[in-house]
Design a protein around this ligand. Sequence first.
Ligand SMILES: [Zn+2]
Length: 505
Amino acid sequence: MVADLLVTNAEIWSFDEEQGIVEALAVRDGRIVAVGRAAERIKAKRVIDLDGRLVFPGIVDAHMHPMSLSLMSEWLDLRDVASIEELKERLRLWAEGRGGWIVGRGWDQESMVERRCPTRWDLDEVVPDRPVFLLRVCGHLAVLNTKAMEMTGLLGSGRPDVVVEDGRPTGLIIEDAVYEVYGMLPKPSIVKGTGLMISTLRRLARMGIRGICSMGAKEYELKVYKHIAKKGDVPIRVSVYLDQEFLSHMDGNALKGLPPKVDVAGVKLFADGSLGGRTAALSAPYSDAPNLNGRLLLDSKTVSRLVNRVESLGLRAAIHAIGDRAVYEVLKGLRRARMRNHRIEHASLINEEILEMFSELKPMIAVQPGFIVSDEWAVKRVGEGRARYLYAYKTMEKAGALIAFSSDAPVETPNPTFHLYAAVTRGRDVGVELSRHTGGEEMNFVEAMRRYTVYSSLIAGFQPSIIRPGYEASFVVFDARSVKEAGRNLKNLNIYMGVVNGQIN
Ligand SMILES: [Zn+2]
C-alpha cells in the first residue's frame, strides 16, 4: 500500500487507549491507515517530518455561530484604534458612501488614550443620520448612535442591559440587547454570505477544527448551506441546531438539500439570558442588584414538553441555561422527559442541588472556557460566596457531567489556543478575580485537549476524535515540542497545521 501522507517524528497523543502516544501516522483517502511503527514502514506520496511537534486528534467546537462569525468579517475593523478621535475619523471615512446600518467591531477603551468607552454623542458627531452599531472587542458590549438607539426602541426602554449615566442612556448596551440589535442588522446576498461562510470554515480547518455545532441557525444560514450544496461541500463537518422559531413551522424541506458534511442535528432552546445582562435566572438575587434574579424563560414542564416535540422530529435539544435556577429547571425537565440524549449549553453557575442531579442524570454540557477570563463582571454578579460555583468544570465532572469545550464564536475568538489557555490558567496570570475563587478547577493541557476533542466529538455526535486506524484523518499540530512546553507558553502557542479528512490546511 502507498499512503497519501506520512507524518513522522512527532509526539502524537492519539487519545486511543490501545495506541497511547506514538511518533508517526499514515493517511490514505482521508482516513488514518496506520499509526506508530506500522505507519513508519509504509511508503507515502508525501512525508512530513514534524521535528518533534505535538499532534492531537481533530478539534470539535461544540457550540459556535459560524454565520455571525462570517458576517462580522465584513465590518469596519476597529481593533487597533488608539483614541476616540481616531475611532470617529475611521467611522466617518467608512460611512462615506454607505447607506443603511453602519457596523463595526473591535474597539477597546483600555487601548484608547481617553480610557473611556465611546458614547452615542461621540458617534452622532460623525454619523448622525444613519444607524451605527460598534461592537466592543469582547462581543458583550456595543455602542450605538442616537439614531440606532431610537430605531431599535432601546433609547427610553429602561432595560437593565441599556447603560444609563446621570439618568440618560449613553448609547452603550450589553449582552442580550447586543444580540437583539445584531439580529436586526441587514444581511448580504446569499451568494456573498456563501463566500464568507466558506472562508470562515476554511479558517477553522487551518486551526485544526474538524467540525462544529452551529447553534441557533436561522433561515439565512440554511439558505447559504443549500447554495453551497449546489456546487460542492463545506470543508469541515457542521452539525446544525436550528433556532427555536423553527419548532412552530418545521417542514421537511428545512432539512433537505444540504451539503454532505452538513446535517441538522437539533434545535436550540433558551431557558434564560446572560450574567452580563443580569438576565440569567438565578435561584437567589444578583449580588450587585438585590431586587433582580434574572428571567426564567422555560420552566421544567415547558422544557419537557419542548424536548418531547424536538424528539418527535427525530432531533436533539440543546438548551441554553446559564443561571443556576435555569440549569435546575432544565435538569428537572429532562428528568421528567426521561431523555438523556439532549444537551445543556453553558451551565455557568451551578449549586449543590444541581451537582446531586448531575450524578443521576449524567448530562452533556457544552462550556466555553474563554468566558472564565472574559466575563469581567461574573464575580460581581453572583458575589464571592457563589463564585466558586462559576465555570466549575472539574467539580461538575466529578459529579457526573460530561464537559465538552467550545468557543461560542463570535462572542469569543474561535481560536482553540485561547480557550485552552483559559481552561489551564483560568486567567491567574493576568489577575482574573474568578481564579482566586475557583482554585482546583484548573486543567492541564492534555485534560483540556481531551475536552476539546474526544468529549466535544461525543456531544456533537461525530465519530470520536481519536487517532486510530480506520478513523477520520483529522488532527491538529501545535508549534511546541512537548505538552510541558505547550502548557507553559499557552498565550503564544501557535497552531502549526490543521489536517481535516487528510487535507492539509
Ligand atoms: Zn452561543
